[in-house]
Design a protein around this ligand. Structure first.
Ligand code: ATP
Ligand code: MG
Length: 299
């Protein structure tokens, strides 16, 4: 299982769209990237996935022993990417005159999968999002939410090392949002790096790790341990030297884990440890827990 590392990425097109962003998207985790409209989420995902070359900085996906990536230990994120990368695009990027099944199948055919097998896998991917019955329907005949689920199926069908989903639930009702979140989790559990750009606090809360952008600057990082034990308390405002004056959100220094959070390089400690929603109660005779980790998530 490998991590996707973004190191000092700056992207300038007339003005600075990303400013010295350094972060790690860990394999096996679902990571949220949030921020106001125009803050740089799509730009970050485009660079992280190798679609766009940064002005400076780099992205890397150092291959682990079990990685399916095709060779070198370092991937620069441009040219012919070594890891298999799949996107769920914010604007879907579907071909209107093709059917839903063809739109999914095409992602596999482009990777050399035989048409019959690609169609079969596409059917299965549509079924994951409860739209198997829409396989023959032309995309232009689908609703926005149905199109979004076809876009999800096309991203997920690849079984990529890195799955970058740009607001994949923005058009969905609560039930379908939960479905997409479950499928994102399933992708992470097979070891993929899974990144979700979102405006939705419910999606952020379902993720293991959370990075927030504002005006192209990374202003917040809530790692798993902190999220599970502290919940929103981890996001109390605090000065961040890098943040622009206009940044409304600020937090502990970027990349600096809170006390009790896993150190950089340490594997995630969620799932087998204390559950996210159920802090361990103190024994009655014990003094009140002073650690913020004892606080329920919703306080
Ligand atoms: N190719 C480009 N050339 C110039 N400016 C761009 C380009 N692409 C995006 N921008 C600008 O960069 C900023 C960040 O855009 P981006 O799409 O990354 O934001 P976002 O956080 O994804 O927003 P949203 O939540 O609306 O999707 C915006 O101000 C946008 O207008
Ligand atoms: Mg966007």
């Amino acid at each position: 299982m490998s991590d996707l590392e973004v190191r000092g990425v700056t992207y300038v097109v007339g003005r600075t769209l990303l400013d010295d962003v350094t972060l790690t998207f860990r394999g096996g985790e679902v990571c949220a990237v949030s921020g106001p409209s125009g803050s740089g989420k799509t730009t970050l995902l485009s660079i992280a996935g190798g679609l766009v070359e940064p002005t400076s900085g780099s992205t890397a996906y150092p291959a682990g022993p079990d990685a399916r990536s095709k060779g070198t230990s370092m991937w620069q994120g441009t040219g012919d990417p070594r890891p298999e990368v799949a996107f769920v695009l914010q604007v879907y990027g579907l071909v209107p005159i093709l059917s839903a099944r063809e739109n999914v199948s095409i992602a596999l055919r482009a990777r050399g999968v035989a048409p019959a097998e690609a169609d079969e896998l596409a059917e299965a991917a549509l079924a994951r999002f409860h739209i198997a019955d829409l396989g023959d329907r032309q995309v232009e005949e689908l609703s926005g939410g149905q199109m979004q689920r076809v876009a999800c199926a096309r991203g997920f069908v690849v079984g990529a090392d890195i799955l970058l989903a740009d607001e994949p639930t923005s058009e969905l009702d609560e039930g379908n949002r939960s479905l997409v979140l479950e499928e994102l989790r399933a992708e992470a559990e097979r070891g993929a790096v899974v990144v979700v750009a979102t405006h939705d606090p419910a999606v952020v809360d379902a993720c293991d790790r959370h990075y927030a952008l504002d005006e192209g600057v990374l202003v917040e990082h809530v790692p798993p341990r902190t999220r599970r034990a502290q919940g929103s308390a981890a996001r109390e405002p605090a000065p961040v030297a890098q943040a622009p004056a206009a940044a409304a959100v600020s937090a502990p220094a970027v990349g600096a884990p809170a006390v009790g959070a896993p150190a950089v390089g340490e594997p995630p400690r969620h799932r087998q440890e204390e559950p996210f929603e159920t802090p361990r109660p103190s024994a009655p005779q014990e003094p009140p827990a002073r650690s913020p980790f004892a606080r329920p998530v919703d306080q």
